[in-house]
Design a binder for this molecule. Structure first.
Ligand SMILES: Cc1ncc(COP(=O)(O)O)c(C=O)c1O
Length: 385
């Protein structure tokens, strides 16, 4: 309400709202141990953050002035590497940037859903031998399906050896850095060239609010900076206050997103917010342990952070029937107002996906969920036989 009433345009110029956004960016530069020369921007979410980061990476690595001449002027086809479990926003970025989805090499994952770094190195070497131009790796800190975190340190080593840009999609998982008990899971994120993450997921900020951080602030400005006469800067007055945020992304007019993030951090503090993130991870571990003790429920993936994937199970039923049953269970849970899990497919099997990001979630809520799944599953089972 305040941001709407203030009605600031955060594209640039010299006014209070700009200072609030700069403060928020600086806080997160510090949290991710980026240097003071890094830069960042509040955006609608991780999809936009990844698009901006990949634009900077593409322009920095193309070897030609892409802004002037377009991507067709690059000496060879530019390729990007990410895991088979990476979010679809990476595909969209490739499409929009004129690189094409085929140039996004989907690397195999291990049993835990993490990028296979041997396969990554082989794909890069093969592409170089074929005359292509690898330029970027997108690692994921918290995959959308299961919350798996790619081996960030190893991938950073490959990126450094191969002189590739390392972008980390940390939509929700990056903020595990705030939890004392879980920080180690995203170790290596601080080595990234760019990070995309959301405040509207695990930091409980109202939609929409995400951030892109770019290690090389000059490269960031080089990708988007554009001074027109009608946007000329000045030493004093409203036209002062460089750099302007419109020079760090595609948008000129931008709302005051930073205020709600600023208030969330000031009100709760990163220690408490980190504790809540830790609580969700412990709840996911508790849920996984309970599922493993119950023969009627089958876990379908390891728990990396806060996501638990499983299904109602009966060894007598085939997978097609179990898929239909589990789909029905989720709809029943949602329509009866019991819980709001989603579904996904893991190794061809339909999974109930429980992503615990609510600071109000209690273990007793998870017990209600388990009981309801077993009860609905058993009654569907009776219907079949
Ligand atoms: C791993 C991952 N990346 C990217 C996104 C896209 O984020 P947004 O919806 O904020 O654009 C999501 C959303 O769920 C995600 O889980």
């Amino acid at each position: 309400m305040m941001a709407a009433a203030i009605n600031a345009n955060c594209g640039g110029r010299e006014h209070a709202a700009i200072y609030v956004e700069r403060q928020v960016v600086r806080w997160f530069q510090d949290i991710f141990r980026f240097p003071g020369t890094a830069s960042g921007l509040l955006v609608s979410g991780t999809s936009m953050a990844t698009l901006i980061a990949l634009t900077v990476a593409r322009n920095a690595k193309a070897g030609v002035d892409v802004r002037e001449h377009g991507i067709a002027a690059a000496s060879a086809k530019m390729t990007v590497y990410t895991s088979g479990e990476a979010h679809g926003s990476a595909d969209k970025a490739m499409e929009i940037l004129g690189l094409g989805r085929k140039a996004l090499r989907r690397i195999a994952v291990d049993q835990a859903g993490r990028m296979d770094t041997g396969a990554l190195a082989r794909q890069i070497a093969g592409d170089r031998a074929a005359g292509l131009k690898p330029f970027c790796i997108i690692a994921t800190a918290g995959t959308v399906n299961t919350g798996a975190v790619d081996p960030l340190n190893e991938i950073a080593g490959i990126a450094s050896d191969e002189r590739l840009w390392l972008h980390v999609d940390g939509a929700f998982g990056a903020l595990a850095i705030l939890s004392d008990a879980d920080r180690h899971k995203v170790d290596g994120i601080e080595l990234a060239d760019s990070i995309a993450f959301d405040f509207h997921k695990w930091l409980h900020v109202p939609y929409d609010a995400g951030m892109v951080l770019i290690r090389d602030g000059d490269a960031h400005r080089a990708a988007f900076g554009a001074k027109q006469d009608y946007l000329a800067g000045a030493e004093r007055g409203l036209a002062a206050g460089q750099p302007w945020f419109c020079d760090l992304g595609p948008e000129l007019s931008r709302g005051f997103r930073a205020l709600k993030v600023w208030f969330t951090l000031k009100e709760h503090g990163i220690r408490r917010l980190g504790e809540k993130i830790g609580d969700n991870c412990r709840q996911a571990e508790w849920l996984a342990a309970r599922l493993d003790q119950d023969g009627r429920l089958q876990r379908l993936a390891p728990v990396g952070l806060n996501i638990v994937c499983f299904r109602y199970f009966d060894p007598i039923l085939d997978n097609a029937v179990l898929d239909t049953m589990n789909e029905r269970i989720v709809v029943e849970l949602q329509e009866r107002g019991i819980a709001a899990p989603s579904t996904t497919r893991l190794n061809g099997l339909l999974a109930i996906r429980v992503n615990i990001t609510n600071h109000r979630t209690r273990i007793s809520d998870l017990q209600v969920l388990i009981d309801a799944i077993v009860a609905i599953g058993s009654s569907l089972r009776d219907e079949i036989s």
